[in-house]
Design a protein around this ligand. Structure first.
Ligand code: SF4
Length: 329
């Protein structure tokens, strides 16, 4: 099997694993593991946006948080500029972190309600001992202007902003240290559709202007299609398909991707798409099904699917899929 990452990628995620222990019994020892992320690999090229999509609870946010070591990994490697972030000592990690930032779905939760947002944005500069107070203030005004806010906004408090403005503040906060790579964790999911478009356009403009690289995490395929260059589809802790955006939306191969696509509403009421209704619920990551994890819900399941796990294979040029329908046997 060819690797899905290569040396030209800015970020290489290899065999990333994140399990959570479940404690039980009188002595509270580990009785089971929740397999939130189970052997996930992908690379992201410089200046690229990789969309990571899947239903709620599939492990996509856990991938983003573990990549930045906001969560302790169980296994695997995440290389940035050749350095394994997951194994780097604290001092190296502090230097690398300037280049790796995250924007959360709810920026309000990460802003101190007692501080004017200018001070919250400058926090990263203070932690890294960058600039004088005056230089830091000027940098804050610079990033506020980049996200379409005014100088006077720096003196206002988080509760004085709308949801869309708060997300702009979250982006400004991520930008202040001039990072190369940003994890965007459901950045527009809580916003109205019109505001979503504004924030997505800001993100696209910033990417072009500053040469940023994004991992864009979302459950909404239409949003992912709008912003991504390539898309990875996750199901129950694993990537099941990874392809260029156009290839994936024109010709989804994995039965799960096809089912997700069939649920996207078509804006033209004269056109109809047959929706694939999946049977049952998403199984628990505490006890994932053997073989292909999707087999209890898959409309095309075969006997081998419940017995043996398929491998990720390149079924079409640059279109990787993990399914027995496309395996070289
Ligand atoms: Fe369906 Fe089998 Fe493919 Fe899994 S491996 S998606 S069960 S056809």
């Amino acid at each position: 099997m060819r690797e899905q990452t290569n040396d030209k990628d800015l970020i290489q995620v290899e065999h990333l694993v994140k399990y959570y222990p479940v404690y039980g019994g009188v002595f509270r020892h580990v009785v089971a593991w929740v397999k939130a992320v189970d052997d996930v690999s992908f690379g992201i090229k410089e200046g690229e946006t990789l969309g990571l999509v899947g239903e709620s609870g599939c492990g996509k946010s856990t991938v983003g948080h573990t990549m930045l070591r906001l969560l302790a990994p169980t296994g695997g490697q995440v290389k940035f500029d050749g350095v394994d972030i997951l194994a780097a000592p604290e001092r190296t990690l502090k230097n690398i972190r300037r280049n790796l930032q995250i924007v959360f779905q709810d920026p309000f939760a990460s802003l101190d309600p007692r501080l004017p947002i200018g001070e919250s944005i400058a926090e990263g500069l203070k932690i890294h001992k960058i600039g004088t107070p005056q230089e830091r203030f000027e940098r804050v005004l610079e990033v506020l202007s980049k996200v379409g806010l005014e100088d006077y906004h720096a003196m206002r408090y988080p509760h004085e902003f709308s949801g869309g403005q708060r997300q702009r503040i979250g982006i400004a906060r991520a930008l202040v240290l001039q990072p190369q790579f940003i994890v965007l964790d459901e950045p527009v999911s809580a916003l109205d559709v019109a505001i979503q478009a504004e924030v997505l356009n800001i993100l696209k403009y910033l990417q072009r202007d500053l040469g940023l690289t994004y991992l864009f995490i979302a459950h909404n395929l239409a949003v992912v299609e709008h912003i991504s260059d390539r898309v990875a589809v996750m199901y129950l802790g694993k990537i099941v398909e990874l392809a260029g955006r156009d290839e994936l939306f024109r010709n989804p191969l994995h039965p799960y991707t096809r089912a997700l696509m069939s649920a996207i509403p078509i804006p033209d009421p004269t056109l109809k798409r047959e929706q694939i209704i999946l049977k049952g619920d998403v199984p628990s990551p505490l006890n994932p099904p053997p073989g292909c994890r999707f087999h209890p819900r898959c409309p095309q399941a075969m006997p081998i699917c419940s017995q043996q796990e398929p491998e990720m294979q390149e079924a079409a040029p640059e279109q990787w899929v993990c399914c027995w329908l496309y395996q070289e046997r």
